[in-house]
Design a protein around this ligand. Structure first.
Ligand SMILES: Cc1cc2nc3c(=O)[nH]c(=O)nc-3n(C[C@H](O)[C@H](O)[C@H](O)COP(=O)(O)OP(=O)(O)OC[C@H]3O[C@@H](n4cnc5c(N)ncnc54)[C@H](O)[C@@H]3O)c2cc1C
Length: 441
């Protein structure tokens, strides 16, 4: 990892901690109300910490390129999921500790109208949080579509955070001081402002920079390539292997865009971009119905998974549709006349479904590329590699001093886990391999 990337990571980590800790420390500044018993104070500290962490989730998912680039979007989403669980754990622990300590604050009131507003907001916030976590963890079991889940997730997150802040303001204790109250209300406005930025400001920019579908190409392996050209603007520059969020139907204000890697060369002179999409679900199986000339929207480019480091050899490892970022890399290297050796280890089901098979064959004449196909269902008489890509396959096709090469991996999660483990066994340091996961959720 470059020195610059390390510094950027350190700076953003410090900013993250500052945003979480500063509002908590601010509560302790100035005059404080008389302290309560230790369990009450402890549980309140947990509640505030949990809320500060939850609020910042809006920042993690706001797709700020400068923030996400040093890590990669998949790592940020992974962090988002993990931190959310911790934050929710802290928030839920707050009333549980009060309950266990027998706090009179949780004693049921005589009449419903006696319930303080602060408590109503607490129930609203907690209820939304529990629902949000249950839906995030068991979305597929509950058979909730990705789009419904995504919209509900956003609404529940806003209700949970707004409810939490209103609960604190309503309770008054630490926020009785107008300055501290203003700070926390300001923070809540900032968090929700991040969401409005992603959902309103960004789409407005995208609306002014549309693309048009100029061709649709059928590919092997139940896939289609969508060729898109900038409509009335110069388009964006992307690095090979980056990805964009595609909105095909409707406006960019639609909640759910779908992420796809760019499969075309980053050197295209006219700003056109291509995405190669395998039919897997509702959205991807409707790609074939997209008429040529249709206006579409692209939010991008994103992703830290990219070539460029000087190295003696690039080793690209693709499984199934994970070939798309590798294709972008190979096409770009060919367009740049880059003669560094590239080995592509490419796992597919069978010979007929090898996406980009013929083009890869042809590209071997334009750059120092060797393609090793690994088939799980090889045809009769197949003499090449079969089964899965394992450490043995690496050893048969790569020159030793494995730690000197740069590895790029993209494919199904199980395959990526296995390959990362194999590279570990081969003493390849973490800094030498780069993974792109196709599952953010
Ligand atoms: C960084 C990245 C790059 C990708 N590049 C490619 C590519 O080049 N080619 C390709 O064919 N596929 C790619 N994918 C996968 C592609 O985004 C999903 O297959 C597609 O969004 C599934 O949508 P669907 O409605 O057809 O399927 P569904 O059956 O609705 O979804 C299948 C699964 O895909 C995930 N998913 C669905 N919608 C979204 C969404 N909007 N955002 C995030 N995840 C979602 C969910 O886990 C869902 O369970 C990429 C994914 C990521 C994260």
């Amino acid at each position: 990892m470059s020195h610059r990337a390390l510094v950027t990571k350190a700076v953003w980590s410090a900013v993250y901690l500052l945003f979480i800790l500063a509002p908590l420390l601010a509560l302790l500044a100035g005059t404080l109300p008389p302290s309560r018993d230790v369990w009450t104070e402890f549980s309140v500290a947990l509640g505030y910490s949990g809320l500060a962490m939850m609020g910042l989730q809006f920042g993690l998912t706001a797709r700020f390129r400068y923030v996400t680039d040093p890590w990669g979007e998949d790592v940020i989403y992974h962090f988002h999921r993990r931190v959310s669980l911790i934050a929710v754990g802290l928030v839920v622990a707050h009333p549980l500790i009060l309950l266990a300590a027998g706090s009179e604050k949780l004693a049921p009131p005589d009449a419903l109208r006696d319930v303080p507003l602060g408590a109503v907001f607490a129930v609203l916030s907690l209820g939304s949080l529990i629902l949000l976590v249950a839906m995030a963890l068991w979305r597929t079991h509950l058979k909730i579509s990705y789009e419904t889940w995504h919209a509900t997730h956003i609404v529940l997150a806003v209700v949970a955070v707004a409810g939490g802040v209103l609960h604190m303001v309503g309770w008054g204790f630490y926020l009785a001081d107008p300055l501290k109250r203003a700070l926390w209300i300001g923070l809540a406005v900032f968090w929700i402002g991040l969401l409005l930025y992603v959902r309103i400001v960004k789409p407005l920019f995208m609306l002014r920079r549309p693309y048009r579908v100029s061709a649709l190409r059928a590919e092997r392996g139940d896939s289609l390539t969508l060729v898109m050209r900038p409509d009335g603007h110069a388009g964006f520059r992307f690095r090979p292997d980056q990805f964009g969020w595609l909105t095909l139907w409707g406006s960019p204000f639609r909640i759910t865009g779908h992420p796809f890697s760019f499969s075309s060369s980053a050197e295209a002179p006219d700003g056109h971009v291509e995405m190669t999409i395998r039919s897997l679900g509702d959205f991807t199986s409707a790609i074939g119905q997209v008429p040529v000339g249709r206006r579409v929207y692209l939010d991008g480019p994103y992703g830290a998974f990219t070539i460029g480091n000087p190295t003696d050899m690039h080793v690209l490892i693709a499984g199934g549709i994970g070939i798309t970022p590798m294709m972008s890399m190979i096409r770009t290297l060919a367009d740049r006349g880059d003669r560094r050796p590239v080995v592509l280890l490419y796992g597919s089901k069978d010979w007929e479904s090898v996406t980009f098979r013929e083009e890869l064959e042809a590209l071997q004449a334009r750059l120092d590329l060797r393609v090793v196909h690994v088939l799980t269902q090889p045809p009769p008489g197949w003499t090449g590699e079969q089964g899965r890509i394992t450490a043995d396959v690496f050893k048969r096709h790569l020159p030793p001093r494995y730690a000197d090469h740069e590895y790029f991996i993209c494919g199904p999660d199980v395959m990526m886990d296995a390959i990362e483990a194999a590279l570990g066994e081969m003493q390849v340091p973490l800094s030498r391999y780069h993974s792109e996961r196709y599952s953010f959720v």
